[in-house]
Design a protein around this ligand. Sequence first.
Ligand code: ZN
Ligand code: ZN
Length: 331
Amino acid sequence: MTFSPSSRSMSEGGGLCPGGGVGAFWQAWDWHKKLTPSPNENAHQSRVTMILFVLELEWVLSTGQDKQFAWHCSESGQRLGGYRTSAVASGLQFDVETRHVFIGDHSGQVTILKLEQENCTLVTTFRGHSGGVTALCWDPVQRVLFSGSSDHSVIMWDIGGRKGTAIELQGHNDRVQALSYAQHTRQLISCGGDGGIVVWNMDVERQETPEWLDSDSCQKCDQPFFWNFKQMWDSKKIGLRQHHCRKCGKAVCGKCSSKRSSIPLMGFEFEVRVCDSCHEAITDEERAPTATFHDSKHNIVHVHFDATRGWLLTSGTDKVIKLWDMTPVVS
Ligand SMILES: [Zn+2]
Ligand SMILES: [Zn+2]
């Protein structure tokens, strides 16, 4: 369901045709026309999963369980075009200025399409999550896309920066299920299945996590890892298990990475494994949290942030809607 406050119109997707068929439809309700619905009966072959109304273009974008993305004219209900995604979509965002649509799906990828009036072209796909994409959020000012996933992480895809930077944010113990962005303060709000609400400060210079390096022996003490039979034999040493330092990416043994640290600027708000030299190098300043954590006490599936009042609405699987005053933390 999507509501446009400026035009006072609402679009909602349904699972069954009014006639009882298996097609799925959406209806656009226009308050000016005394709540007259303009139904679209065959937008999808099965349940509508996401719907977005674009006032500027009079378009309704929708995705369905049939793995179809489609866009229609909101006035006439006429279908303008469609695209088949690789999996069922669970996140949908649109950039009005450049007419790019972002579709996140259950396979974990984000498909980016450029829409024309009646056709679309595939621009690129983002792959970075090890679980399905559960939510998308677009910041048209900084030109940054946030994707939340069932792998517990959020990835910030910096499109405006044009350097291919992707920053990971690790602050949830369960799947991330909803995202919202406070543009004026540059804070991202992520909500998880664990009931956690995390408010991320995105107005800091964040760093990408390093690639994990491959080595047959510890890159600190040179002890062989357990598959390195030759060195084990030559040096008469026992093979060790391989670990990776989250800060430098080096392959190290357990003894050389016995300490833990948070690395907030790399998105690790919780303590992670680091090698001994990185542990020494990280300053207290670098350990200062860049996010605040709150417990909503329900499994949040949808979130909406009202920037003018600083209110956050959350709805959960417990069928409860909660309203939060976020002004103490989002400001
Ligand atoms: Zn070692
Ligand atoms: Zn290190």
